[in-house]
Design a protein around this ligand. Structure first.
Ligand code: NAD
Length: 486
């Protein structure tokens, strides 16, 4: 791997076009420029499409067992280089090294391994028709466009590439313009692992580049991870060309804590579901409903634990929370905090911008808890994407379900209770693509992940993802003479 960055990766090699609009990449903790890239020009987009077409022709004809070997080798290379890749992820995103070491590239490698395991088992079915018969072929879609968000850039690239490549597709990946570096490393690793040139390409740019790629007729499928408004635009572009689509969008997920729960675990779950990655996680449980009988104890212990979180330089292994990814995101979070105060929420802890030593340029926000939040407050309705937890009291299970579901989002939900039956009743009643009982934000690759309602369409991970990166062709085989009335 090189130490410098060329903007794009096309036809198996780094690719530059300095005529593209400059795209500087900053370390969120220090403000230091870590790469100077360029957005894709139309010529770069044309080159990426041509590359992916050639790559697809080769890869679709590659035996699935060989595809599996390549994905396994890529996973092994990632694991061997986890430390340096995690350091890069930390500089690109501002997330603490203690997180990126275990959660980012590692989960990407998990996905590559798991879909490698499934690749060799891809098959269709035989359908007996009494003499004649039919069979189905599970075929790749073609060129898949992956569009990433900035919070888990390398994990997102791997989560999209792994099932796409296992099924025999080619991919053009457009990372978020805020965190574009990890995908370039992934492209290099794939080549080293033996992936044919052109099967995985990286094209950089802001939203307009994503839109230009989405409009190209050569693209068979678009998978975007991003906000609900972006998902709507991609969905419309996909409709225009009748393209397949997976939308992994935002959320305002509920965590419901009953009085019989293990309170320390529930507090731990709520903290993980609000403060990990400085709160920049789509599935965060940002509306924490706590049964009123245990609300005072919950808040007191939550406040004490929140105030021990170590905030500072994300490169320091002791740091538990780093800066927000950008000043713009930091300002947005502070505006929501101000709005919460104005609308009458009670600030339990946090609420301020911090300037840890040595990281003066970073936009750090203290982990923030609001209590006394009502369902109509802005902070309870809109996705903040920062370390801001809203705690709401409730009395009955039915009330909790109704209020938890009263949102247009439906990405995830959590329930903490020792009552087994209630846990499963809640799992059935809450409108979410993923539900955790006595856990939160665990997303093993074996488990499908995605949203309902405005939070998305389709699923990543699990066997379900194969359905979204392949299509079924039915083949009818006639064994006798054609019975025709003409
Ligand atoms: P965003 O919507 O601003 O951008 C996402 C990506 O879409 C970027 O690469 C961007 O350049 C691109 N884009 C923007 N406009 C486009 C257009 N018109 N056509 C094609 N592409 C376009 O999101 P973000 O700020 O990068 O990420 C934060 C959001 O992502 C949050 O809402 C979060 O909840 C969501 N998210 C969801 C998941 C999930 O799996 N459901 C995971 C992570 C983040």
């Amino acid at each position: 791997m090189t130490d410098t960055f060329t903007s794009h990766f096309i036809a198996g090699a780094a690719h530059e076009d300095a005529a593209g609009t400059p795209l500087a990449v900053f370390d969120p903790a220090t403000g230091e420029t870590i790469a100077d890239l360029h957005e894709a020009t139309p010529a770069v987009i044309d080159a990426a499409i041509a590359s992916a077409r050639a790559g697809f022709a080769l890869w679709r004809a590659t035996p699935p067992a060989e595809r599996a070997r390549v994905l396994h080798r890529a996973a092994a290379l990632i694991r061997a280089r986890n430390e340096e890749l995690s350091e890069l992820e930390t500089r690109d995103t501002g997330k603490p090294i203690q997180e990126t070491r275990v959660a980012d590239w590692a989960s990407g490698a998990d996905a590559l391994e798991w879909f490698a395991g499934l690749a060799a088992g891809l098959s269709g079915e035989h359908i007996e028709l009494g003499g004649d018969f039919a069979y189905t072929r599970r075929e790749p879609l073609g060129i898949c466009l992956g569009i990433g968000a900035w919070n888990y850039p390398s994990q997102i690239a791997c989560w999209k590439a792994a099932p796409a490549l296992a099924c025999g597709n080619a991919m053009i990946f457009k990372p978020s313009e805020v965190t574009p570096l990890g995908a370039l490393r992934l492209a290099e690793i794939f080549i080293e692992a033996g992936l044919p040139a052109g099967v995985f390409n990286v094209v950089q740019g802001r939203g307009a580049v994503g839109a230009a790629l989405s409009a190209r007729p050569e693209i068979a499928k678009i998978s975007v991870t991003g906000s609900v408004p972006t998902g709507g635009k991609v969905y419309a572009a996909a409709a225009e060309g009748t393209k397949h689509v997976t939308l992994e969008l935002g959320g305002k997920s509920p965590i419901v804590v009953f009085e019989d729960a293990d309170l320390d675990s529930a507090i731990g779950g709520a903290m993980l579901g609000n403060f990990y990655s400085a709160g920049q996680i789509c599935s965060n449980g940002t509306r924490v409903f706590v049964q009123n009988s245990v609300l005072p104890a919950f808040l007191e212990r939550l406040r004490a634990r929140t105030e021990t979180i170590r905030i500072g330089d994300p490169k320091d292994a002791e740091t538990q929370m780093g800066p927000l990814v950008s000043d713009a995101q930091g300002e947005k979070v502070m505006e929501y905090i101000a709005r919460g105060r104005e609308e009458g929420a009670e600030l339990v802890t946090g609420g301020t911008r911090l300037r840890p030593e040595g990281c003066a340029a970073g936009f750090f926000v203290a982990p923030t808890v609001f209590a006394g939040v009502t369902d109509d407050m802005t902070i309870a309705r809109e996705e903040i994407f920062g370390p801001v937890m809203c705690v709401l009291g409730f009395d009955t299970e039915a009330e909790a379900v109704a209020r938890a579901n009263a949102t247009s989002f439906g990405l995830a939900a959590g329930v903490f209770t020792r009552d087994l039956a209630r846990g499963h009743r809640m799992a059935a009643a809450l409108e979410a693509g993923t539900l955790w009982i006595n856990a939160y934000n665990l997303t093993p690759v074996e488990m499908p992940f995605g949203g309902v309602k405005a939070s998305g369409l389709g699923r990543e991970n699990g066997r379900a993802a194969l359905e979204h990166y392949s299509q079924v062709k039915s083949v009818y085989v006639g064994l006798g003479p054609v019975d025709s009335p003409y």
